[in-house]
Write a protein that binds this ligand. Structure first.
Ligand code: PRX
Length: 668
C-alpha cells in the first residue's frame, strides 16, 4: 500500500538514498503500467497531427455529439479572427449531460464535498434534471439566448448547474471568482451589460460561515442597469447574517421547485456561438473579457482531458481548482462532463480541519487523477510527507499541475510522495485565453523533465523567439509564441476586437505577409529536445498562487486610497505563493507613513480586487525610480523586492532613491 511507505520496510537511510537519487534525476519515463492503459500512447500522434493539420482537430470534434456536422474545420479568411468547425451545430449542455443518460445516467457526474464534511452527489440523471429545472427558471425570469448571465459563486454544486443551464438555453455565462471584491463584480457586470446574477448567501472557510450576499449586494449597487438576482441558500440557518432578499432577488430552491420536472430542449448553437466570457487581467487596468465558443472550446477541452488527463468515463477525477478561474471551467466542468466521467468538487481549504484534507478526499473517493497548482504543492511540501503518508493514495494514476512554473524540487516531491513514483506528472502550460492546455508532455508517451512543461501538444505550434521573432538557441531565454491557431483559442475580447489584435497579435505578426503569431506574454526557454520551460510573465501581470493579477489594477486601487499620491505594484518572489504583491507608495503632503496608512492601503486593495491581491509589503517612499521620460522602472522595484543585485541605475532621473528604497525594504 502506498500510504505507509516507511513502515513498509524502508529504513531511514534507504529513504535518504532515494531522495538523493531523485534530486539528481533530470528525466523520468512514463510508468509502464500507466502507458499500457493510456488513452493516447502512440508517439506517431505528433507526426500525424502535423501531416493532417488542421484536419487533425476533427479528432477533438469527434469526442462530441454534433447536431449538424461542420463543413470546414478551420476558416482563416479574416485573420486573426479564426473560425473553427464552421457550419457545425451543437449544444454544450446536451454534450455534458443528455448524451450520457442512456449509458451513464445512474453514474455520478459530480461528487461534492463541503468544507464541514457534508457531501452531495449528482448522477448524470440528477444533474440533468436540476439543470433543466434551473434552465426553465432562467427562461421564465427573462433570460434569452445570448444574454450574459453572471455568476458570483464559490465552489458549490449550483455553480456548474447554473453554467450548464445557461449553456442549455444559449445564454453565455460570465463567472466572477467569489474571492473577488464587490467592485470587481460590478465592473464585470457593467462591462458585459449583464442583467442577471446568480449568487449565494455564503460559504465556509476554515469552519466559519462567510457572508457572501452582502458583498454581492454591494457589487449590485455599482451596476449601472437593472438586474435580477438568484440567491442559493448554502448556509441554511447556520449564520447570523441578515439575508432578507430584495425585491429583485429570488431564492434558487424556490425557483427550482417551481419548475420541478421541467424539460428544456437544448438550444441549437453554432459552433462559433459564444459559450462563455471570462474576465482576466492584462497590462492595462481594465479586465479583458475573453470570449470562448461552443464548438472549438468544448472540442479542445474534451480532447485535452482525454489525451493529457487520461480521463475515462469510469474514473473519479479531481481538479482541485476553483471554477471561478479558467482551470475550473475547462477541467472541473466542461472537459470531464463532456467525457462522462465523475468530477469531484471541494468547497474548502486544503488544511481544514487538518493538513491531510486533500489526501482524505483522494482516499475516500478513490480519486484517479489529481490536477492542482504548484502553490498548493509547495504548501504540502512544507507541511511534510506525514500527511499524505496517513492515507492510501493508491487509486491515483496521474498527477497534474497548472498555473505557474513548478520548480523541480516541488515536482519531485509531488511525484514521490503523492504519486509513489508510479503516476506521470503533467506540467501543463496554458492560459485563460488558450481555453485549454497547450504545452505539456503526453503522459502515455513523453519523458518528463521536472521544471519544463514539455513540448507543445500535437497540432500546437509553439516556439521561443527573440525580440525580432527569430528562434533562440536552446537554453537561451526568449519569448513564447504560438505560430498556428488552435480550436480552444479565444475568438476576441468581448466588444473589443481592436484590443484583441493589439494585445495578442501585434507583437510578432506580419500582416502584410499574412503571418499571424499569437503572443501569450510569457518568457520561456527551450532545450535540444524541444521541451519548453516557462519563465513567467513578461507583461505587468503578477502571478500570485497561480492567480493572475494586473499591476495596473492594484496600482489604481492604491491610488484611490485617501492620502496616496502615486503607487507602483510589482511582483516579488515568494516561497509559497510563487509571487507576492509589493506596493511602493508615495503619500500626499500632509500624510505621514504609519501603520494606519499601511492598513488603509491593504484594505483599499482588498476592497477593489479581493484578498488575493493583498500586498505582502507596503513600502512608503518619497519618490519612485523613474526614467528620464518619466516611466516607473518596475524592474528595479522587482529587484529590490527580491533582494537581487540591482541593474544599471544610471539612466534614472533619480538614481539615489533606489538605494533609499533598498535600505528600507532590507530593514523591514
Ligand atoms: O504565465 C503563465 C502562467 O499562468 C498564465 C496564465 O494565467 P491564467 O490565464 O490565469 O490561467 C492559469 C491557468 C491556465 C500564463 O501566461 N502559467 C500557466 N500554466 C503554467 C504557467 N506558468 C508556468 N508553467 C505552467 N504550467
Amino acid at each position: 500500500m502506498h500510504g505507509s511507505r516507511v513502515s513498509n520496510g524502508m529504513s531511514d537511510s534507504e529513504e535518504t538514498q532515494l531522495e538523493a537519487r531523485l534530486a539528481e534525476q533530470e528525466a523520468f519515463e512514463p510508468p509502464a503500467e500507466f502507458v499500457e492503459q493510456a488513452n493516447v500512447s502512440d508517439p506517431s500522434i505528433y507526426e500525424e497531427f502535423e501531416v493532417e493539420w488542421p484536419d487533425c482537430w476533427e479528432r477533438a470534434a469527434d469526442l462530441l455529439e454534433w447536431e449538424t456536422d461542420y463543413d470546414e474545420v478551420l476558416v482563416d479568411d479574416d485573420e486573426p479572427f479564426y473560425e473553427w468547425f464552421v457550419g457545425g451545430e451543437l449544444n454544450a449542455s446536451h454534450n455534458c449531460l443528455d448524451r450520457h443518460l442512456d449509458s451513464r445516467g445512474d453514474e455520478l457526474a459530480i461528487r461534492w464535498e463541503g468544507e464541514l464534511g457534508d457531501t452531495r452527489e449528482f448522477t448524470y440523471e440528477e444533474l440533468h434534471r436540476e439543470v433543466n429545472e434551473f434552465a426553465a427558471a432562467l427562461r421564465e425570469l427573462g433570460v434569452e439566448e445570448d444574454d450574459v448571465v453572471t455568476m458570483y459563486m464559490p465552489m458549490i454544486p449550483e455553480l456548474p448547474v447554473a453554467m450548464l443551464a445557461c449553456a442549455r438555453i444559449g445564454a453565455p455565462h460570465s463567472v466572477v471568482f467569489a474571492g473577488f471584491s464587490a467592485d470587481a463584480l460590478a465592473t464585470r457586470m457593467n462591462a458585459a451589460d449583464s442583467e442577471f446574477l446568480v449568487t449565494c448567501d455564503g460559504y465556509y472557510r476554515r469552519g466559519d460561515a462567510l457572508d457572501h450576499l452582502s458583498k454581492a449586494d454591494d457589487g449590485l449597487d455599482g451596476v449601472d442597469h437593472g438586474t435580477t438576482t438568484v440567491v442559493v441558500d448554502r448556509l441554511g440557518d447556520d449564520h447570523d447574517h441578515d439575508h432578507d432578499l430584495g425585491d429583485d432577488q429570488l431564492d434558487y430552491d424556490d425557483l427550482v421547485a417551481d419548475h420541478a420536472g421541467a424539460e428544456v430542449e437544448p438550444v441549437t448553437r453554432d459552433a462559433e456561438d459564444m459559450l462563455f466570457l471570462m474576465y482576466t487581467s492584462g497590462t492595462t487596468g481594465k479586465p479583458k473579457g475573453v470570449k470562448h465558443t461552443t464548438g472549438g472550446y468544448l472540442s479542445y477541452v474534451s480532447w485535452t482531458s482525454h489525451a493529457v488527463l487520461d480521463v475515462k468515463p469510469d474514473d473519479t477525477y479531481w481538479c482541485a481548482a476553483d471554477i471561478g478561474w479558467i482551470t475550473g471551467h475547462s477541467y472541473i466542468v466542461y472537459g470531464p462532463l463532456a467525457l462522462g466521467t465523475t468530477t469531484v468538487m471541494y468547497e474548502g481549504t486544503p488544511d481544514y480541519p487538518d493538513k491531510d484534507r486533500l489526501w482524505d478526499i483522494v482516499e475516500s473517493y478513490g480519486v484517479n487523477q489529481l490536477y492542482t497548482a504548484p502553490t498548493a504543492i509547495r504548501a504540502f511540501m512544507k507541511w511534510g510527507a506525514e500527511y499524505p503518508d496517513r492515507h492510501d493514495l493508491s487509486s491515483l494514476r496521474l498527477l497534474g499541475t497548472v498555473g505557474e512554473p513548478i520548480n523541480p524540487k516541488a515536482w519531485k516531491w509531488y511525484y514521490k510522495h503523492i504519486g509513489d513514483e508510479s503516476c506521470p506528472v503533467v506540467d501543463t502550460w496554458w492560459q485563460t485565453e488558450t481555453g485549454g492546455m497547450m504545452i505539456t508532455t503526453l503522459p502515455g508517451i513523453g519523458e518528463m523533465k521536472p521544471g519544463a512543461a514539455g513540448p507543445p501538444l500535437p497540432g500546437v505550434d509553439a516556439a521561443v523567439v527573440d525580440g525580432d521573432g527569430e528562434a533562440v538557441s536552446p537554453g537561451e531565454a526568449g519569448y513564447l509564441v504560438v505560430d498556428r491557431p488552435w480550436p480552444g483559442m479565444l475568438r476576441t475580447l468581448y466588444r473589443n476586437d481592436e484590443r484583441f489584435v493589439e494585445e495578442y497579435w501585434e507583437a510578432y505578426s506580419d500582416p502584410d505577409a499574412d503571418e499571424w503569431v499569437y503572443f501569450p506574454e510569457d518568457g520561456a526557454k527551450i532545450d535540444e529536445d524541444g521541451y519548453i520551460t516557462i519563465l513567467g510573465r513578461v507583461d505587468d501581470v503578477i502571478n500570485v498562487s497561480g492567480h493572475r493579477l494586473g499591476t495596473m489594477e492594484i496600482e489604481s486601487a492604491v491610488v484611490d486610497v485617501e492620502g496616496v499620491a502615486e503607487a507602483a505594484a510589482v511582483g516579488g518572489d515568494h516561497e509559497m505563493k510563487g509571487e507576492a504583491v509589493y506596493a511602493y507608495v508615495i503619500l500626499e503632503d500632509g500624510y505621514e507613513e504609519s501603520e494606519e496608512m499601511r492598513d488603509r492601503v491593504v484594505e483599499g486593495v482588498e476592497e477593489a480586487i479581493g484578498p488575493i491581491a493583498r500586498p505582502e509589503e507596503v513600502v512608503f517612499t518619497p519618490e519612485l525610480p523613474k526614467t528620464r521620460s518619466g516611466k516607473i522602472m518596475r524592474r528595479l522595484l522587482e529587484d529590490i523586492a527580491n533582494g537581487d543585485e540591482l541593474g544599471n541605475t544610471s539612466t534614472l532621473r533619480n538614481p539615489d532613491i533606489v538605494e533609499d528604497i533598498e535600505t528600507k525594504v532590507a530593514g523591514d
